[in-house]
Design a binder for this molecule. Structure first.
Ligand SMILES: [Zn+2]
Length: 295
C-alpha cells in the first residue's frame, strides 16, 4: 500500500484473548458485548497489528506483537494464537530481519514488543540485529520499576538484550524518526506511551497504539481497565481526537482483530469511527465473526 512517498504494510503476529471486562474498564458488559463477542471465559479476541513503513531510505517497524516467550500457563491464560507470524509476514513483504533499521515500541507491554528479541535456547537475542529500538524514557523507567499492579505486563527479556547490545535508544522528545515519521507522546495507558504519525503528500496515518486499542474503544470513556492513568488517557484522547478530526487522519488500530483502519468523525460533540479499508486482502485475519454477521 502506497502512503504518499512511503510503502506501508500491516504485519500481524496473530492474536491474543484478554478478559473483556478488563479491556473495557468501567463499561458494562451489557454494552460492550453488543458489538464485541467473547469466549466462554469472557475473553475477547485482539489482533496484534504491527506497521511496516518503508521510505526515506529506511525500513521501520512499529511494535512487534506477542512473540514466543510464553510458558504454557501464560499461553493458555492469554490464549496466544499465532495464526500469523511477524517474521514470516515481514518475509512475505520481502523484508528480512537484517533489513529493519528502526523498531519503534509504543510501550513495553509484552504484547507490543514480544518479537523485539528471540530466544536462542534460554538466551534472548535481538530479533533485528541491525536496528535501533526506540522507547520513551518514562516507559523504560516504568518497565524497570514495576509494582504489583503492572508487573505481569512486562517481560524484561524483550529489552534487556537490547540494552546490552547498545541497540535500545531512549527517547525524550516527540522526535521525527525520518522526515514524515514522527513520535507523539500519548500518555495514559502508561506514562511513557507513544504513538506514531506517518505524514506524506497531505496524507496522515496515525498508529494510535493502546491509547485506543480497537474501533470499539473509540468512545471517550471506553478506556481499558489496564490503563494505569485512565483520566490521562481521557485527556490525551480529547487532544488527539481533535487533531485527528481536523486533519483527517486515518487511525491504525493495533488490537482490532478485523477493522485495522478508520477515520474519526465528530457529531454533536461525540467521536465515532468510519472504517476505511487500507490493506485489502492483507487484513490480518478473519474468523470469529461478529454476531450481526452470523448466518
Ligand atoms: Zn496492548
Amino acid at each position: 500500500m502506497k502512503w504518499g512517498s512511503f510503502q506501508i504494510d500491516c504485519i500481524s503476529d496473530g492474536s491474543l484473548w484478554l478478559d473483556g471486562g478488563a479491556m473495557f474498564g468501567v463499561v458494562p458488559k451489557a454494552l460492550w458485548n453488543r458489538t464485541t463477542p467473547c469466549d466462554e471465559q469472557n475473553r475477547i479476541r485482539l489482533g496484534t497489528n504491527c506497521l511496516l513503513i518503508r521510505g526515506a531510505g529506511k525500513t521501520i517497524l512499529v511494535d512487534t506483537g506477542c512473540g514466543h516467550k510464553f510458558n504454557p500457563k501464560q499461553a493458555r491464560i492469554y490464549r496466544i494464537e499465532h495464526t500469523s507470524e511477524l517474521l514470516l509476514q515481514l518475509a512475505s513483504c520481502g523484508v528480512a530481519a537484517e533489513d529493519v533499521d528502526i523498531v519503534i515500541n509504543t510501550h513495553l507491554h509484552f504484547d507490543h514488543c514480544g518479537t523485539n528479541t528471540l530466544l536462542v535456547g534460554d538466551t534472548a537475542r535481538a530479533a533485528f540485529p541491525n536496528a535501533v529500538y526506540l522507547v520513551r524514557r518514562e516507559e523504560h523507567h516504568e518497565a524497570t520499576h514495576t509494582h504489583q499492579r503492572n508487573a505481569t505486563s512486562y517481560d524484561p527479556r524483550n529489552w534487556r538484550p537490547l540494552e546490552a547490545s547498545g541497540q535500545l535508544q531512549l527517547v525524550d522528545d516527540e522526535e521525527e524518526v525520518v522526515a514524515g515519521v514522527r513520535l507523539l507522546h500519548t500518555p495514559g495507558h502508561t506514562a511513557g506511551h507513544q504513538s506514531v504519525l506517518v505524514r506524506s503528500q497531505g496524507k496522515s496515518l496515525f498508529y494510535i497504539g493502546d491509547l485506543c486499542p480497537t474501533q470499539a474503544h473509540v468512545p471517550l470513556p471506553w478506556i481499558m481497565g489496564y490503563d494505569l492513568y485512565p483520566v490521562t488517557t481521557l485527556r490525551t484522547r480529547q487532544r488527539i481526537y481533535r487533531q485527528a478530526v481536523q486533519e483527517d487522519w486515518v487511525i491504525f488500530f493495533e488490537h482490532d482483530p478485523e477493522k485495522v483502519t478508520g477515520v474519526l468523525r465528530e457529531e454533536k460533540g461525540r467521536c465515532r469511527v468510519e472504517e476505511v479499508e487500507l490493506f485489502g486482502d492483507r487484513r490480518p485475519e478473519t474468523g470469529n465473526r461478529r454476531p450481526a454477521e452470523r448466518k
